[in-house]
Structures are given as C-alpha cells and as structure tokens.
Ligand binder design. Structure first.
Ligand SMILES: NC(=O)c1ccc[n+]([C@@H]2O[C@H](COP(=O)([O-])OP(=O)(O)OC[C@H]3O[C@@H](n4cnc5c(N)ncnc54)[C@H](O)[C@@H]3O)[C@@H](O)[C@H]2O)c1
Length: 504
C-alpha cells in the first residue's frame, strides 16, 4: 500500500483499488462487496472524478479547433499525407520518424552528415524493433529511407524540420526546403518556441508553414501542439491536426508567440523555482512540494532530465546571460525583470543535469537517473546568497507550491487574453498530456477554478506586493475581471475573455 500511495501522488483511485482487493481478501464475501461499493461511491462523488471526466472531454474538445480568423475543424479540409520527410535526426527527429512509420506513413529521414545519419539509423531501427518484439512481428523498416541529401524530400507531402534550436539555421533550412520540395508540400517545424511566422517568411509559400511541436520522447508522449502563424492556411492547420490524430496524439491548435502555450507557461513557473532558491529554499524542498501536488517530477528534477544547457544556450542567444553575469547586484534584473542566474552558473561549471551526472542533483555518473541531493549545490547556494548579501529565510511548502503554480496559471490567463489558446480546456489538455500536470487535478485552469479564482487572485496580489520586481506575479486583467464577474464556471469564461480582449 505504501508504494501505491507514493506512486499515486494524491490520486484516490489507485489507493481505493488496493483497499478493495484487501477487503476481498480479508472480509466475508458480502462485506467485501459492501466495502467495494462504498469505495466506488466515494470515488464517483469525488472532485477527482470530476477533474478526470473534464480531462477526457478536454482531450476530445481539442480536436474541434478554431482560429481567430473563423477557420475551424468544421470548415477546413485537411490534405492527404501519403509521404513524409523528417529533417534533423537528433532526439526529436528520431522519435517523430518512428511515430510516422508506426502510423504506416513512408518517411525520408534526412541528416546533415553520414556519421550522424548512421547513429540515427541504428537508434530508429532499434526503437522500431523493440516496439514489435513482444508481438513477434517484423518492424516496418521498408517504410523508412535515410539520406544526407535534402533534395530527397521532394516526394514528401509534409516535411517536419527538427534541426537545432537556432533561428538562423532553421531559416536557412526552410529556405532550402522551399526550393526543393513539391510546391504544395506542407512545411512544419518542431521548434520549442521560435517564431513560426519568421520561418514562414523564409519560404515561397508561407501559408503552408505551421509548427508541429512534439514532446520528448516524440514516439511516446501524447501531446502535439499545432502552431498556426498569421499566414498559415486553414488547410495547413487541418492537415497537421489530422496527422496528429493519425499518430495517436492529443493535438491542440494554438497561436504563435514565444514558447506557444506550454513553454510560455512553464517559464514563470521555472523562474519562481529559481527565485525560491535565492530566498532560502533548496531544490529538494521545491521539488517535494510539486511532487506531492502530483507532478511526476519537480521543477529541478525535470530540468536535470531535459538538460540545463538547452535553456542556457537559448538565454545566451538572447543576450540574457554570459560571462560576468554573476558580478551584478542582486536581485539581478534583465530587461526590467528580476532574473536568477543560478541555472547559468551551474552550466558554467559544466553541470548540465543527468547527461553530465550532476546538475541540481547528483547522479551515478553521466546518464544516471536516480537523483541524490548534492551537498555541493547547498554550499553553492549558501555562497551565492552570502556573496550577494541575501538573507536565507524559511520557505514554506505552501509558498513554494503557490508561487510556482499560480504564476503558471496567471500566464495561462494572459494566453487566453492574447487569444493564443481558444479556451481553458485547450490549456488544460496541453498541461495534462504534455507537462505531467496530474489528471486528477484537471489542468491548471481547472485547478484555478477549483481552488477559487478569488483565492488565486488574493495569493498573487500577496506575493506581488512582496516582490514588486516580479511582473509574472501581478494578476492578469482577465483574472481580475473573472473575479469581478463572480468567478463564473470555466464553461462561461468565453464571454469575459471576449470582453477583456476587446478592451486590450
Ligand atoms: N529535446 C527536446 O526535449 C525537445 C522537445 C520539443 C522540441 N524540441 C525541438 O526540436 C528541435 C530538435 O531538438 P533535438 O533535441 O532533437 O536536437 P538534437 O541536437 O538532438 O538534434 C538536432 C539534429 O539536427 C541535425 N541537423 C542540424 N543541422 C541540420 C541540417 N542543416 N540538415 C539536417 N540535419 C541537421 C543535427 O545533426 C542533429 O542530429 C529543436 O528545435 C528543439 O527545440 C526539442
């Protein structure tokens, strides 16, 4: 039972299952049945049941997409995809190629050099073989062709680019693709947050460019964000959405902005986690609060898994960090906002997370998975605080949880104001299926409504008063308006969103 409780992370149903089995094994038949009925009744009437039913319907509702232009699933026709191509066979490209092949779609997989291509070929083949091993079937290897020549994409109806997260490189690849592919081929990017419209501008047919943002590992994770730019045609969006369905993904259509929906909301959440360390918390404390809430991993364990260097390179590219960043007065500011350089400092020490065997935690060597608290990190935090004259204070579990979650939720409200997501259900589907938000808590926007919008508003105001240099904690106009309108249920937010949008 202890193990089930730990793995359930607050979900009632797995625990109730064990209790029902215990009753069956220890009580007379009639009493055992009675106990099971009581457990079922409790589950059926629980808030968790409502949250999970909501998740089920959010997933289905995401398929009924719409764009601000009025284009929607009802009036847009997808084009058939007979052949696809994937460009860039790193972590993501390999998983995307596997997904396509498993859906029976022939794929040309392109890398830039022969050595990298060979490594990718072996990795993709191994995943496909492992997938059919148990069933005793043959992997569909005949659907895959590997190449180092970009011109080999010419027969594809749809091309997914998954090269390094570098705008200049992606622009060059899109320009080249546009000149070698069929004139009506759909060009998709797997970027985690770069401007899809800028990539579209590098091509001859910007209306055929959309984002298809898969999550790692792409052949396992259920979520697909389909990003439409201002010039993406309804047919292009419909085609990407239908392909997502064919690949067995929960596909959600969203607008174009830095980080789209999922990563845009993750940013304030990660930033709060960093600020909490500056103020006195440890990575374990913050992670414990988030894991007890129900996330499979807290913010720091997740960063170690994803690789701290990924965000660091991005921040360096934006000019937010670099040598000398530590010399500034604390709290550091970047473009008028408080900025924590802690993750950058770890990277400067070569601590990239699991891949280097150390990051926020210590692992059993590079690639190790079991995270152990690292005394080095605690000393590093103490030195950092004393160097910058910061007084460590006790940070409660409640504060850690509220600051991380409520800043993420606040960004969700801003996304609704901006019209980047069509509604709260889309945001919730993204978080449950792509970011480990516990299904028994419905998703961030559902959770906000369940906690009470006025409570979220009050807590954000409280934390913002204490940290005026953190604009992410300033309650969004939409949240204020919803509270002023009597905190209507989620299904009735649409009207309030429309009225806030018209005044912004
Ligand atoms: N890794 C993740 O968790 C993740 C999740 C979602 C999205 N993404 C995005 O997916 C994209 C790829 O990320 P990744 O983690 O797979 O990167 P990666 O570094 O593992 O792989 C990139 C691959 O692209 C190849 N490449 C570079 N230039 C090329 C060119 N001109 N032609 C052909 N191949 C070329 C490289 O050789 C490399 O194999 C990025 O835009 C990233 O932001 C990554």
């Amino acid at each position: 039972m202890a193990r089930v409780r730990q793995r359930a992370r607050g979900a009632m149903a797995p625990v109730a299952c064990v209790q029902a089995v215990q009753a069956a094994a220890t009580l007379p038949y009639k009493q055992g049945m009675q106990r099971e009925r009581e457990l079922m009744d409790t589950l059926f009437q629980s808030a968790q049941a409502r949250a999970m039913q909501y998740c089920f319907f959010s997933q289905r509702a995401a398929g009924k997409w719409s764009m601000p232009s009025g284009a929607s699933w009802e009036n847009s026709k997808p084009r058939p995809v007979h052949r696809a191509a994937v460009v860039g066979l790193g972590t993501m490209g390999r998983g995307i190629a596997v997904s396509l092949v498993r859906a029976g779609i022939p794929v040309v997989a392109v890398e830039m050099d022969a050595k990298q291509l060979e490594v990718a070929r072996q990795a993709v083949t191994a995943i496909l073989k492992r997938g059919v091993q148990k069933a005793g079937q043959e992997p569909p290897l005949e659907l895959l062709r590997f190449s180092v020549d970009l011109r080999d994409v010419r027969e594809a109806d749809l091309i997914i680019e998954a090269v390094f997260e570098d705008m200049g490189l992606k622009e060059r690849v899109f320009k080249e693709l546009s000149s070698v592919c069929q004139p009506d081929a759909l060009l998709c990017t797997n970027t985690s947050g770069l401007d899809v419209d800028r990539l579209a501008a590098a091509t001859r047919r910007p209306e055929l460019v959309v984002g298809m943002h898969f999550f790692a590992p792409a052949h396992v994770m259920k979520l697909l964000e389909v990003i439409y730019g201002p010039r993406s045609s309804p047919a292009a969006v419909a085609t990407a959405m239908q392909l997502g369905k064919r690949l067995g993904k929960v596909s959600v259509a969203v607008g174009n902005c830095p980080g789209f929906v999922g990563n845009r909301m993750l940013k304030p959440y990660m930033e709060q986690a960093g600020f909490l360390l500056e103020e006195g918390a440890t990575p374990e404390q913050v992670d414990r609060a988030l894991e007890e809430f129900g996330f499979p991993m807290g913010a720091f364990r997740m960063s170690d898994l994803a690789g701290l260097d990924v965000g660091w390179r991005g921040r360096k590219g934006l000019g937010l960090t670099g040598p000398g960043v530590t010399a500034g007065e604390l709290p550091l500011k970047r473009r008028g906002r408080r900025y924590s350089p802690l993750a950058d400092l770890l990277c400067e020490q070569g601590r990239f997370g699991q891949k280097t065997g150390r990051g926020w935690y210590l692992y059993d060597g590079p690639g190790g998975r079991a995270a152990k608290p690292d005394p080095w990190v605690l000393r590093f935090l103490e030195e950092y605080r004393s160097r910058h004259g910061l007084q460590a204070r006790p940070v409660s579990q409640q504060e850690a949880l509220e600051r991380c979650l409520y800043s993420l939720i606040n960004e969700g409200f801003r996304i609704l104001e901006d019209g980047i997501a069509a509604g709260p259900q889309d945001i919730d589907a993204i978080y449950v299926f792509g970011y480990g938000w516990p299904a028994h808590r419905g998703g961030p926007m559902f959770h906000a409504a369940a906690v009470g919008l006025s409570v979220i508003l009050e807590r954000l105001e409280h934390y913002h008063r204490a940290h005026l240099d953190i604009p992410q904690l300033q309650p969004s106009p939409l949240l204020r308006r919803l509270v002023a309108s009597g905190s209507p249920p989620l299904q009735k937010w649409r009207e309030v969103i429309r009225s806030v949008r018209s005044q912004l």
